[in-house]
Design a protein around this ligand. Structure first.
Ligand code: CP
Ligand code: NVA
Length: 303
């Protein structure tokens, strides 16, 4: 049976670690000029119904480095934007390609695509989840801290796709997870249900969440598709900024991670961002390696 990467909830802790181990090896290979053309002759379609810099470039570059090819399809310019059903797109692309990455709004669209496609589907961000990003995030934390188990992960801000995926990913690899969100902006109920009997706390107090944290995550207050709510959200999230005062409560050596793009002066101060820029850009780089690992495991036969 084909395998997909639709959300962190679908992966076991062991599967996450298997992806991270392969990602580490592929990073080593790439940095040392060791060929790793595990997807020679394979094509990955990239469907984008939202903007992207990192996701597009890392998937396109990653496929090239693996000996394959990536095909960019913008929602607007393909028949998808004119309403061709996802069920049909799935079956057509399955006749040409070896895998599909999709970035869109509703998680249901990705699940339907996976149901009708006979090739692996990778979620490159929906309103519900951003699993590729969180695999890169866990890879980066493990690289810097040498392990994941027992570390305290903190997320400050909107209970959005990043929060949903971080909570599940962190808990599955044995981290303690603390999230601070304002009322009305909490993570998805499915995620809270998953987290309820695990080392997880949800609070509206950023200081409580940041206390003794080993890594602090944040993300924009208004995600793609929520641009019109920007002012309302800026009010709701005042006080949910990752700044020096908050960092002082964390464990010494606490990392900061941001999936990017970042809004300095909103969810994070310019000072905290620049103090942790090395870690944040390692995180961005690791999108490439983590996704290559996912693609090899879903689409390839390792030689
Ligand atoms: N972090 C992330 O997914 O970036 P892009 O929106 O640039 O792809
Ligand atoms: N939460 C953000 C993440 C961007 C990578 C968004 O969905 O726009």
């Amino acid at each position: 049976m084909k395998k997909d990467l639709l959300k962190m909830l679908d992966l076991s802790g062991e599967e996450i670690l298997e992806i991270l181990d392969l990602a580490d090896q592929l990073k080593y290979d790439q940095h040392n000029g060791i060929p790793h053309r595990y997807l020679e002759g394979k094509t990955l379609a990239l469907i984008f119904e939202k903007n992207s810099t990192r996701t597009r470039v890392s998937f396109e570059t990653g496929m090239y480095q693996l000996g394959g090819h990536a095909l960019f399809l913008s929602g607007k310019e393909s028949q998808i934007g004119r309403g061709e059903p996802v069920e049909d797109t799935a079956r057509v692309l399955s006749r040409y390609c070896d895998g599909i990455m999709i970035r869109t709004f509703a998680q249901e669209e990705v699940e339907t695509l996976a149901k009708y496609a006979s090739i692996p589907i990778v979620n490159g961000l929906t309103d519900f989840a951003h699993p590729c990003q969180v695999l890169a995030d866990l890879m980066t934390v493990r690289e810097h801290q040498a392990h994941l188990d027992g570390l305290k992960m903190c997320f400050i801000g909107d209970g959005n796709n990043m929060a949903n995926s971080l909570i599940v990913g962190g808990l599955k690899v044995g981290m303690e997870v603390a999230v601070a969100c304002p009322e009305g902006y909490r993570p998805d109920p499915q995620v809270l249900e998953f987290a309820k009997d695990k080392p997880f706390t949800l609070t509206d107090d950023p200081k409580a969440a940041a206390k003794d944290a080993d890594v602090i995550f944040t993300d924009v207050w208004a995600s793609m598709g929520q641009e019109e709510e920007r002012e309302k959200r800026a009010k709701a999230f005042a006080g949910y900024q990752v700044n020096e005062e908050l960092m002082a409560l964390a464990h010494p050596g606490c990392m900061v991670q941001h999936c990017l793009p970042a809004h300095r002066g909103e969810e994070i101060t310019a000072k905290v961002f620049e103090d942790h820029a090395e870690e944040i850009f390692d995180e961005a780089e690791n999108r490439l390696h983590a996704q290559k690992a996912v693609l090899v495991l879903l689409m390839g036969e390792r030689k």
